[in-house]
Every structure is written in structure tokens, then in C-alpha cells.
Design a protein. Structure first.
Length: 405
């Protein structure tokens, strides 16, 4: 194992992380280069130069997935590593101490948008494969790199990857995200919903001539808050994920047209960001929310509302004795001489849909989990190198035996 650890080139990891940061890949519709295309082309070329079998597939115009295989030539399992190419907006550049797309190094840190989430980890897994190549250590089966677009949005990249059949035959997946090299075996589920209440426009001086959707929305939000408390009491504080939640985020009235202080609007809309934990059934939760709206309508014959779930991502839980968990745990012990810290992912990842496709997943990687999406995002170089070594060792641990051995 020392052979593959010593094959990791720290300067190469740092340089590749900087190169990736310096190619902006914020999704900005309508803006030239406002997508993942340039960084995906860079990654695809880099992997081809390594001698990997590379596939470049557009999900939608300008938003490609990169898929690559490193085949041992020996029959065995397939281990997938996933790391996305897109990053969130840099926001107000004046809030940054460094160029958000400069890949600046200060002390032990690389700064820039995506350094932590998750271009540093993308560089780490690519360099991990290079380290395995350099070491010439034998393994069985295949390493599959899935490098999709749009993890920060509706996850169209991973959905397309699965839809095209790439997930078939994959035995396990390591999701490369900023988790401080903790081994995350569970993650929250998510439901994104739009709640609308309907009314009738009226003069603010004579509100009873209309129907106010805002007061009715207020009742619905309070009732959903009570449902949240009920679920928190029922499920408790999950040791790795924390509390379940139902969070109104955007609140808008009127939904269309110009707002005016002396006009009762005809419609009110709120978005709901619902985060679930093991033990919650999404279908049952949806039914409970609809029952709340039905009860409010029984109490008020002018109450009218609709609930539309626009996105759904199930919570995940991988057993401790799953092969991918034991392999990464063994690799971590070999590398650090410490016991791994097991944890959960507070949000959703592309791994959500891989799990749904029947693939056991584990999430780990370099970066402080609280840093993504902040100004002055950074990743510690020491932790990034450790992640590279951990990815390489984990692959060798998972793929150390032939099929049916």
C-alpha cells in the first residue's frame, strides 16, 4: 500500500485543482460559456492523455457528462467514483479576498469557487487513478469515473448517466464531496414543492369584497410548521443527519403582475424545501400535507390551495457491513492509523439517484463541509492529498479480488 501512497504526486493534485478552478463552470443560461462545457472538455482530454477509455455525452446543449473507464483487464467488480463539474455562483466578487476563479494559494489552502465543492475532489480522484497507474499494482475489475454536469441544480447529469444505462453493472460508488474525509454512510432526502393559495383581487380598503390568499397561506404555513414539529418528535434528532425539516423559502404574492400595497392579490405562492431522514416515507408525508390543505378547506369554504412536488430525492442509508464501507474504512485505517469518523451528508448529492438505482454508496472527500457556497471558498492542501491517497487505496481495497473468488 505504501507503493500507491508514494505514487500520489502532491504538486500534480494542486496544479490540477487550480486548473479546474480557473475554468468557470457556473450555469448561466444565455451567457456564452455559462455552463460546464469548457471544463468537461478539459477533463475529457486529460483523461484521454492518461490512456483511459473516455465517453463525452451532452445531456443538454453545452452541458456534458464525462465518463471514463480504467480497466484492469482482469475480471472483477466495478467501482464508480463520482465528482461533478458545475459550481455555484461566486456571488458578490467584492466579498472575496481572492479572485474566485484564480486558484490562489495562501499558506496551506487553495482558494476559489469549487475548490472545496468539488473540483478539488475531482482533481483528487483523477490523480488517484494516475497513482494506481504509476504504482503498477494489480487489481481486478474496473474503475469507472462519472463526472456529470448539474449536481448543484436538478441533477440532470446523473439522471442522464443512469438513463443511458451506465449504472448497470456498477457494484458500489464513492461520491467525492467535501466531508473532511469522514465516511458518510447516510444522507438526507429532499422534496421540493410549490404551495399555492388562490384568492380574488380586491381593494385594500374593502378586502371583504375579495378573497385574501395571503392569510390563507399563513394558515397553511403554520399548519406545516406543526407537522414539522410532529415529525421531529416522532423521529428525534438523527445522530448523523440531525432533524427533519419543512422549510418555506420563497414567498411571493402576487405570483404574476405588479404588487401594490392597496391591492389584495389573487394568488400567493411559497416554495417548500423539505428534508427527510431515515424513517420518513415521502408518499406518506405528501399525503399528510394534502390532508392539512383539505382540513383548512373544510374550515373555510373560500380556502383553495394546491401542492405540487417538483423534485424528490430519497434519503439514503448504506449498511456498515456493505463492501464499499468496509473497503474505505480499511483504506482509511491503513492511511491514517486512526479509526474513521462515520457521519451523514446534511444535503443531497448525485449519490441519491445512484442509491435509487440500487448501488451502495459512500460519500467522502476533502474540504470543510461548512465552506461550500461561501465567499473565499477553500480546500486545505494536506487534506486534499490525503483524499487522493484515500481514493486510491479504497479502489485497491474494493477491487482486490476477482469475481467469484
Amino acid at each position: 500500500m505504501n507503493q500507491v501512497i508514494s505514487s500520489v504526486d502532491e504538486k500534480e493534485v494542486v496544479r490540477l485543482t487550480q486548473d479546474l478552478i480557473r475554468i468557470p463552470s457556473v450555469y448561466r443560461p444565455g451567457q456564452a460559456d455559462g455552463n460546464e462545457e469548457r471544463v468537461a472538455q478539459f477533463v475529457a482530454d486529460y483523461l484521454r492523455q492518461m490512456g483511459l477509455q473516455v465517453f463525452y455525452e451532452e445531456v443538454v446543449p453545452g452541458r456534458p457528462n464525462v465518463i471514463a473507464f480504467y480497466d484492469s483487464g482482469r475480471p472483477g467488480k466495478t467501482l464508480l467514483f463520482e465528482a461533478h463539474t458545475d459550481v455555484v455562483t461566486e456571488g458578490d466578487r467584492d466579498a472575496w479576498s481572492y479572485d474566485p476563479f484564480g486558484g490562489h494559494i495562501s499558506g496551506n489552502r487553495i482558494y476559489g469557487r469549487g475548490s472545496c465543492d468539488t473540483k478539488g475532489n475531482l482533481a483528487a480522484v483523477i490523480c488517484a487513478v494516475k497513482a494506481i497507474q504509476r504504482s503498477e499494482l494489480p487489481f481486478y475489475g474496473k474503475i469507472l469515473l462519472c463526472i456529470p454536469c448539474d449536481e448543484e441544480g436538478m441533477m440532470i447529469g446523473i439522471k442522464d448517466f443512469i438513463r443511458r444505462g451506465w449504472a448497470r453493472g456498477v457494484d458500489a460508488a464513492i461520491i467525492c464531496e467535501p466531508e473532511e474525509n469522514q465516511l458518510c454512510i447516510t444522507q438526507k432526502g429532499a422534496m421540493r414543492a410549490i404551495l399555492r393559495t388562490y384568492g380574488k383581487m380586491a381593494h385594500g380598503a374593502m378586502p371583504l369584497t375579495g378573497i385574501n390568499p395571503n392569510t390563507r397561506m399563513a394558515r397553511a404555513i403554520v399548519a406545516l410548521e406543526e407537522l414539522e414539529r410532529k415529525e421531529m418528535a416522532r423521529l428525534g434528532n438523527h445522530p448523523m443527519l440531525g432533524w427533519p425539516s419543512i422549510t418555506p423559502t420563497i414567498l411571493q404574492a402576487p405570483v404574476r403582475g405588479e404588487a401594490q400595497i392597496n391591492v389584495v392579490p389573487d394568488q400567493c405562492m411559497t416554495t417548500l424545501d423539505i428534508r427527510t431522514v431515515p424513517g420518513q416515507d415521502h408518499q406518506a408525508l405528501r399525503q399528510e400535507m394534502n390532508q392539512i390543505l383539505e382540513q383548512l378547506a373544510r374550515e373555510d369554504d373560500r380556502f383553495k390551495a394546491t401542492l405540487e412536488v417538483i423534485e424528490e430525492r430519497p434519503w439514503t442509508l448504506t449498511p456498515m457491513d456493505a463492501e464499499v464501507v468496509t473497503a474505505v474504512s480499511e483504506a482509511y485505517r491503513e492511511l491514517t492509523r486512526k479509526e474513521p469518523v462515520y457521519n451523514g451528508v446534511p444535503g443531497a448529492t448525485d449519490g441519491t439517484f445512484l442509491h435509487q438505482a440500487g448501488i451502495p454508496i459512500l460519500t467522502t472527500g476533502a474540504g470543510d463541509r461548512h465552506i461550500p457556497h461561501h465567499a473565499d471558498e477553500y480546500v486545505d492542501i494536506d487534506q486534499l492529498v490525503e483524499s487522493t491517497q484515500l481514493f486510491a487505496l479504497s479502489a485497491l481495497m474494493f477491487l482486490k479480488q476477482p469475481v467469484n473468488a
